[in-house]
Design a protein. Structure first.
Length: 455
């Protein structure tokens, strides 16, 4: 067993000082208590590491390439989506693996120990299947193994271009499967997971209610009878309006009226929900998967976070488009969105927990639930998903307890304070850096040189 000793640590029942953690060879926490081994890595501050619950890894290669005004008078999510389709249509499997490896490395250096990869790029150009139908799912698994991050793979079912069931066009064709083909693809993805690390899992992701029909949603659920179910829901005003035109109800209400939405579900974005829908989803036990930086970048809207948490809802954080991978910046953006909307301060704080602590504790709980990952707490039998923070610097100044978390989230330099990260006991970040970062970065830079990036 390998030991770490922390001056302070965030435990399930609050802050504790001078605590030692033992990490077993199977990646689980085998000891929590006072110091019993002198051969231990000494740390300032120890936190449970969260899961990044929503990622489209390949979009990281587009960061910074879509910020100019296009030919449309009013640029929007929908014009961005057209650029994304044009970009992805040139990617090959080797390039996708290199991009994903960089993304997963950056997530680890940002403090995430695991990722739920919402993987919908399945085929070659024009939707031509690879000889191995699950080729790109396998590349995602390989990228995660190389980086050492925990993985919940979410193969995405994508059937149609809209609620009218129009055929997929252009870059969308690389996403598409009929139900039989998706069943075979899912089986292959599951085999790749089964051959991989013991903390790797599979779930399923019907893309959205505009991209799958009722049969498709049922098929996806049947393929994954016990694992997590992730789906985009109520992200854009136009998306909600299109659904209402076809089904005479709003998408969030339709889903909860027609399916037993429970703790297995993770609904992504939910930025266009009414107060009653927000309350219903909170009471269901599902996770609201929030991606505040991407939602800001794409102009999605503001999630009703204060109401959702007051109703007992569960949230988690994802980096979605990966335009900027930063755990603490995601949390700060979520809180600031609530303040801007309501003209308030400390919007998500409670009487006994500061804003930073609420944000952190709620997202580590929701991320573990959404990824079906045995993590989210520093306690016996849990995966050793851990973040070590150096607090002896100009940003934290050795602050204690909740104030240290508030400084990490709101001081703007939280990422610079991360010294070490463990994922299922794998020591994947040391002195702030991933051990393979130079090779991974060079591979990514070579891919960017190969790609035509004039969008």
């Amino acid at each position: 067993m390998k030991y770490v000793t922390a001056k302070q640590a965030l435990m399930p029942d609050g802050w504790q000082n001078d605590i030692q953690i033992g990490i077993q060879s199977d990646g689980l926490i085998g000891y929590v208590g006072p110091q019993r081994s002198q051969d231990a890595l000494k740390l300032d501050l120890l936190l449970p590491a969260p899961v990044n619950l929503h990622s489209h890894a390949f979009q990281r290669a587009m960061a910074g390439l879509t910020e100019t005004r296009g030919p449309d008078a009013r640029d929007s999510f929908w014009t961005w989506r057209k650029l994304m389709y044009r970009f992805l249509d040139q990617l090959n499997p080797d390039q996708i693996e290199a991009i994903a490896t960089l993304v997963f490395m950056e997530m680890l250096e940002a403090g995430y120990a695991g990722v739920a990869e919402f993987h919908y790029l399945h085929h070659a150009q024009q939707g031509k299947p690879y000889a191995n139908l699950s080729e790109l799912s396998g590349r995602i698994v390989t990228a995660a193994e190389t980086a050492g991050i925990g993985l919940t793979l979410l193969p995405v079912l994508y059937q149609f271009g809209g609620c009218d069931k129009r055929p997929l066009q252009g870059g969308q064709q690389r996403f598409g499967n009929d139900l039989d083909q998706f069943s075979r693809l899912y089986e292959g993805a599951g085999s790749a997971i089964n051959r991989s690390l013991p903390d790797y899992h599979i779930g399923v992701a019907p893309h959205s209610l505009r991209a799958v029909d009722a049969d498709g949603l049922n098929t996806a659920m049947q393929l994954c009878p016990h694992g997590p179910i992730h789906m985009h829901l109520a992200e854009q005003i136009a998306e909600v309006a299109e659904f209402e035109d076809h089904f005479s109800t709003r998408p969030a209400n339709w889903l909860m009226d027609n399916h037993d939405v429970d703790s297995r579900w993770c609904l992504i974005h939910c930025t266009q929900m009414t107060k009653s829908e927000t309350r219903r989803l909170a009471e269901s036990g599902a996770v609201a998967g929030l991606c505040p930086i991407t939602e800001s970048n794409l102009g999605d809207g503001i999630f009703r976070g204060t109401q959702y948490l007051e109703a007992g809802g569960t949230i988690g954080i994802g980096s979605d488009s990966n335009v900027h991978i930063s755990l603490f910046d995601e949390l700060r953006t979520l809180e600031y969105s609530q303040r801007l909307r309501d003209h308030s301060r400390a919007a998500l704080a409670t009487t006994n927990r500061s804003t930073g602590r609420v944000l952190f504790e709620e997202t580590i709980k929701g991320g573990a639930q959404a990824a079906n990952r045995n993590s989210g707490k520093i306690s016996l039998g849990k995966l050793a998903d851990l973040i070590a923070i150096d607090s002896d610097n100009q940003w934290l100044c050795n602050r204690q307890a909740d104030t240290s978390l508030d400084s990490l989230v709101f001081g703007g330099h939280g990422h610079k304070c991360i010294s070490d990260v463990w994922s299922a006991g794998r020591h994947v970040v040391r002195q702030g850096l991933h051990p393979q970062r130079n090779t991974i970065i060079n591979n990514f830079k070579n891919v960017m040189t190969e790609l035509v990036v004039n969008l």
